[in-house]
Design a protein around this ligand. Structure first.
Ligand code: DAH
Length: 346
């Protein structure tokens, strides 16, 4: 019966185990549970116990070992928690630096454009990215066979997954679609700026991407003239690129404006003397513009005899390249913090 009493007295000891630090705790573990420990010694004695007592004493021994293990583990956890607590409470420790996020360069430039036009009365308008043919092309005077509608350029959305059927649901390929949305829902005078993402079926490279950003402008009122367009764009260019900036308008063609033009600014890198950026010409193209075609006004329910207007559209990536020299379009969507951090102070 000596074994039974030994087990009972050890169990009583184990229940009361106390340690003041990790070293004392380790000493307790060795005392009871190591190969030469007291509990292990009882297990050795257990081999000599007569068979009829094995069951009872075996259970008691196992209980003793479990109790010792769980008591020692509980004490260990207490020490670990206390250590973490002291760490947390070290008021002299240098705090971890707060990682500040940075503004995305495209957002910085878009907001600057919005800001400049808001100072001359433009408000912001938004439209859907998933659009229909009517708002992106039809009402903007694109002939049905116009190449911009071609599958090469526009992402059409299949109505049934995997089934290619002719569809008029598409991802907008330009923000001019917001013009038609605004003109059909608001009455003139209209003065809106429409920033947003556009999609084109292009192979991704440094100079082309399947999505990018545009800002569209639209002004409709009585007696709006080409001179108003020119002054608004000159004001914008000087605000954006500096007071020395000059502009030049070259005749061009867009289905939704007549007359249409493309606008260059004097190269803001060489100041117009000619460099590799402007290919020695002193000018860089930044946007398309023109007087809203009367067909577009009529398609949107605006009387073209009473009202006229101008529109323009520019690529945000292009302006960002001019402002911050970001040449590779892919950088804008890779979210590499080494790139984004460079705009920390902007
Ligand atoms: N939508 C044209 C494009 O994506 C840009 C544009 C040109 C917009 C002339 C206009 C405009 O409003 O008048 O290339």
């Amino acid at each position: 019966m000596a074994l039974k009493e030994n087990i009972q007295s050890l169990l009583a000891q184990v229940e009361e185990l106390k340690a003041n630090n990790a070293e004392e705790l380790e000493a307790l573990r060795i005392k009871y549970l190591s190969k030469k420990g007291e509990i292990t010694a009882l297990f050795n004695e257990f081999r000599n116990v007569p068979n009829d007592q094995k069951r009872e004493l075996g259970q008691m021994l196992n209980q003793l070992r479990q109790e010792a293990e769980s008591r020692i583990n509980a004490l260990r956890e207490q020490f670990e928690e206390a250590a973490a607590e002291t760490d947390r409470l070290d008021l002299t420790r240098t705090p971890d630096p707060i990682a500040l996020g940075t503004r995305h360069p495209l957002s910085l430039v878009r907001e600057e454009i919005e800001d400049i036009f808001s100072r001359i009365g433009f408000t912001i308008a938004q439209g859907p990215e998933v659009e229909d043919d009517k708002h992106v092309y039809g009402m903007l005077n694109f002939a049905p066979e116009h190449p911009a509608r071609d599958m090469q350029d526009t992402f059409f959305i299949e109505k049934e997954i995997g089934v290619q059927k002719p569809t008029d649901v598409l991802l907008r390929s330009h923000t001019s679609s917001v013009q038609t949305r605004v003109m059909t829902s608001q009455k003139p005078p209209i003065r809106v700026l429409c920033p947003g993402r556009v999609y084109r079926n292009e192979a991704i490279s440094a100079r082309a991407h399947c999505f990018f950003h545009q800002v569209e402008g639209l002004y409709i009122d009585k007696n709006v003239s080409f001179a108003d367009l020119r002054e608004a764009l000159l004001y914008f260019s000087k605000e954006m690129f500096g007071p020395e900036t000059k502009i030049r308008l070259r005749p061009s063609y867009f289905p939704f404006t007549e007359p249409s033009a493309e606008m260059d600014i004097s190269c803001n890198i060489c100041g117009g003397t000619g460099c590799s950026f402007c290919k020695g010409t002193g000018w860089v193209e930044i946007l398309g513009c023109g007087m809203v075609d009367p067909n577009v006004l009529e398609a949107c329910g605006i009387d073209s005899k009473e009202y006229s207007g101008f529109a323009f559209g520019m690529g945000v990536e292009r302006i960002t390249n001019l402002k911050y020299r970001v040449k590779d379009l892919r950088l804008f969507s890779e979210n590499d913090v080494r790139f984004l951090r460079q705009f920390e102070s902007c």
